[in-house]
Write a protein that binds this ligand. Structure first.
Ligand code: 2HG
Ligand code: ZN
Length: 481
């Protein structure tokens, strides 16, 4: 093989010098980087799936600059990867030789309209800043995910983020009224309408939500806001068994007038992992139990009743044998300590042993059966695997994560990942479930897209891709197998 041929196979070919100059001129001195240290955090994902590369990162500061960058790249036939906070779980935002288009300088909150219950924001605003701005206006933006301190709202839209409050408020898709998108040819689609009702043909905005940057780049969003919760009651409860989680969900929805905002189920091993790796985590309950739930009720009346309502409902659940023990937070600090258990589990699980992740959803009532069957299938596939199944049981989303058996080295366990995936996802499919509930597809689940999505679905998806991005320049190699 000649040297030229070798160069042609590298995933980071150099950019045409004229394009580099054009891009630098569009975004200005502070708007680009090719410095290895600066680029480093943008080129890998937190889970460890990908180590990427880019010849150039551009950071436009407004929509016109994004459009000009995209137009220049399209004219040169150079691919682009849009990136928000790069906190995704399927390496969807990591470039592999493409121009990296970071939205992080597009971080203005354009408008908060309390009367309309809307907020218009640019794609690079950090989720936590959106939440704070809503609260400051006496409103509430409900999306809540572990990475909210660093993920961006544009990334949340592009991945249709989920999190812990979907049960009550829906996915990101349900929280978006309007979008502004730069299309792969550089045209700007201004769909920044703040309407609840707008039946004017196809709902274009939904195409870009969950597309993971393969159909264009979201530059601004009109978000839907809610009344501010004035009282939040949080409890940590031990439940009889997994079936009790579904009984508890129904009981709490009924008893609180459907003000239940979260029900997060955790296994005992999850509590042990959280306590082992985070010295600030303690077990709120005395005895040990097999399954737990964190429950949260958000009341919009400040009448001191939310805690009392939750307490009465949990007492009822105890009487019925659904709940074995419970601790209700008496302060915000105690509520934070309860949520910290869950956060510590997610952050530290990989330290237990090599981790194989599954972000599965099944119909809510099927979750206990799914977990039991998938656990048995995993045990059959790789005996001794430590199953740590937890998640958003209010909406059917289970993080069915697996740690290597004690004593098994990481490469040996990871070599079995494909078999474990197949075992778990086949069972999810039997329940009409999904192999990618909230984390998306990225580069990690392309095989599953091919196996579990029908020909008709894949055909339609490819059709949209060809229509919007005929040259395949937007986030190539992601989402579509
Ligand atoms: C969560 O629910 C996130 O905290 C991450 O979706 C879960 O990757 C995970 O296990
Ligand atoms: Zn989750």
């Amino acid at each position: 093989m000649s040297i030229t041929a070798l160069r042609n196979t590298t995933r980071s070919p150099g950019l045409p010098p004229a394009l580099v100059e054009a891009l630098k001129a569009i975004v200005g001195e502070k708007g680009w980087s090719d410095d290895a240290m600066t680029l480093e955090p943008h080129l890998k994902d937190w889970v460890g799936y990908a180590q990427g590369s880019t010849p150039l990162m551009v950071m436009p500061k407004n929509t016109d600059e994004v459009a000009a960058v995209v137009k220049a790249c399209a004219a040169a036939g150079v691919p682009v990867v849009p990136q928000g906070g790069n906190t995704g779980s399927v390496a969807g935002g990591v470039p592999h030789g493409e121009v990296l288009l970071s939205l992080k300088r597009m971080n203005r909150i354009r408008e908060v309209d309390a009367a309309d219950y809307t907020m218009t924001v640019e794609a690079g605003v950090i989720l936590a800043e959106v939440q704070v701005a809503a609260l400051e206006a006496g409103r509430f933006f409900p999306l809540s995910i572990g990475s909210e301190g660093s993920c961006t709202i544009g990334g949340n839209v592009s991945t249709n983020a989920g999190g812990t409050a979907v049960l009550r408020f829906g996915n990101m898709r349900d929280l978006v009224l309007g979008l502004e998108v730069v299309l792969p040819d550089g045209r700007i689609w201004n769909g920044l309408r703040r309407l609840r009702k707008d039946n004017t043909g196809y709902a274009l905005k939904h195409l870009f939500m969950g597309a993971e940057g393969t159909l264009g780049v979201v530059t601004a969003i009109v978000l839907r806001l809610f009344p501010k919760p004035l009282e939040v009651a949080t409890a940590f409860v031990a439940i009889r068994d997994l079936d009790a989680s579904i009984e508890l969900l129904a009981l709490l929805r009924a008893a609180t007038g459907d003000a239940l905002s979260s029900i997060e189920v955790l296994p005992r091993i999850g509590i042990d992992i959280a306590m082992q790796f985070d010295p600030e985590v303690g077990d709120p309950l005395e005895g040990k139990h097999e399954w737990y739930a964190i429950v949260e009720v958000s009341g919009t009346k400040a009448d001191g009743q939310t805690n009392a309502t939750l307490e009465a409902a949990l007492a009822d659940a105890m009487e019925q044998g659904i709940v074995l023990d419970a601790a209700i937070a008496a302060s915000t600090a105690q509520a934070k300590a309860i949520w910290r258990i869950r956060k510590a589990l997610v952050l530290n699980l990989a330290k237990v042993g090599a981790e194989v992740k599954h972000d599965v959803s099944v119909p809510v009532s099927k979750q206990p059966d799914f977990v039991r069957r998938a656990t048995a299938a995993v045990e059959k596939t790789v005996p001794g695997t430590r199953t740590v199944a937890y998640g958003h049981f209010g909406d059917g989303n289970i993080h069915f994560n697996l740690a290597a058996p004690e004593g098994m080295d990481a490469p040996s366990f990871m070599a079995r990942a494909a078999d474990l995936h197949r075992a778990v996802y086949d069972i999810a499919a039997e329940y009409g479930g999904s192999f990618a509930a909230e984390h998306g597809v990225g580069i990690v689940k392309l095989d599953e897209m091919a196996r579990y999505r029908s020909e008709v679905e894949l055909d339609l998806m490819r059709g949209f891709k060809t229509l919007l991005d005929p040259k395949g320049l937007f986030n190539p190699g992601k989402v579509l197998p």
